[in-house]
Every structure is written in C-alpha cells, then in structure tokens.
Design a protein around this ligand. Structure first.
Ligand code: AMP
Length: 192
C-alpha cells in the first residue's frame, strides 16, 4: 500500500495536489476538512459540533477526530486497498501517533510525508482569494490568523516528528502547480 500524508499550512495547496495524486496514483483521498464540511452541510450532530471549532479556526478535539478517521477507513476498505492520501490529518502529535497505530492494526504504515512549504504572506493571500472565490466561511482575515497560529503551535511540530522517522520530504510549494506536482511525483516515486 502507498499511504501518503500531504502536509502543510492552510493554503499550502494540499487539496490541489491531492487531486493530482489521485489522478496519477489512483489512491483513496481522505480530507478531514471535507468530511467535516460535508457533515455541516447535511446538518448532522457531528457537523453541529465541528462548525463552532471551524468558524473559530480551532482544531476539533483529537479523540473525536481520531474516531472520525478510523470510521472513514473502516467504511472504505475496498477503495483504500491500494493506499490512501491523508489530507489535513494528522494535525497534532496525538493524531500522528493514533494514525501510526491505526495503520499498524490494518497491516500497513505511512509511506511518506510530503511537506508543502509556502511563506506565510503567500498563504494569507491564497486563503483570502479562496474565500472570495468559493465562499468558504473560515477563509477570512480574522480566522486565518487563528488557523496559522494553530498550525505553528500544534501542527508544525509534526515536521520534526516525521523527520526523525525518515519519512518527511520537503517540497517547495510556490510556483506553477504542475511544477510543484512534478517535484511531488519524484518524491513519491522514490518511496514506491
Ligand atoms: P482544512 O479543510 O483541512 O483546512 O480544515 C478546515 C478545518 O477543519 C480546520 O481549520 C479545523 O477546524 C478542522 N479540521 C480539519 N482536519 C482536522 C484535524 N485533523 N484535526 C482537527 N481539526 C481538523
């Protein structure tokens, strides 16, 4: 199995490059942000809980998020047979440890972590533009600041976590989408 964690700050291009990865490698895509937004749209109980966190730019609590991910993996066993792109998960060390255990229980592991690196000013510009184009409610100036703080404090330590395991591959996340993807492809092919 080829299990890819696509990692980076909000606005670093994880969603865009996940689409390219799906097309090239035929992997199952799990975007935890998409799962939560879909629950909000459908008015589920989970959606009700998630909305207040998302609107404030805060993370959904680890226990809940880990249960959601395990549930998605269990309900999509066949589609996930070739491997999974984890987009937006893990976002904390506790989530990364839980992911390791979940994959181990399923006889597999993280193959590589692709870290998209983009300067903060460009992240802000991209997120504000995305908010204007898509109407995504957490893509506004006020929430962006919180999301970048959360990234810095809670998520960026994962870079060292995966570096120590020899799994982290840094990719320059600025420039043309196709050129960034060419770099990602080389990184993925190196571990295939
Ligand atoms: P994203 O679409 O990945 O940018 O996620 C949007 C929002 O959903 C985040 O700002 C969080 O509030 C929430 N979220 C998504 N994934 C996670 C996660 N792995 N852990 C906690 N909260 C998450």
């Amino acid at each position: 199995m080829l299990n890819i964690v696509i990692f980076g700050a909000p606005g670093s291009g994880k969603g865009t490059q996940s689409d390219n990865l799906i097309k090239t490698y035929g992997l199952f895509h799990i975007s935890t942000g998409d799962v939560l937004r879909d629950n909000i749209k459908r008015g589920t109980e989970l959606g009700g809980i998630a909305k207040s966190y998302i609107d404030q730019g805060q993370l959904i609590p680890d226990d809940l998020m880990i249960d959601i991910l395990a549930n998605v993996l269990d309900t999509h066993k066949e589609e996930a047979a070739k491997g999974v792109i984890f987009d937006g998960f893990p976002r904390t060390i506790a989530q990364a440890e839980a992911l390791e255990q979940m994959l181990q229980e399923r006889g597999t592991s993280v193959s590589t972590v692709i870290g998209l690196e983009v300067p903060e000013q460009e992240l802000i510009e991209r997120i504000i533009l995305r908010g204007q184009q898509t109407g995504r409610t957490d893509d506004n100036m006020e929430t962006v600041k919180n999301r970048l703080d959360v990234y810095r404090n809670q998520t960026s330590p994962l870079q060292a976590f995966y570096q120590e395991k020899g799994l982290y591959q840094a990719i320059k996340g600025t420039g043309k989408v196709e050129e960034i993807f060419a770099d990602i492809r080389r990184a993925v092919d190196a571990v295939k």
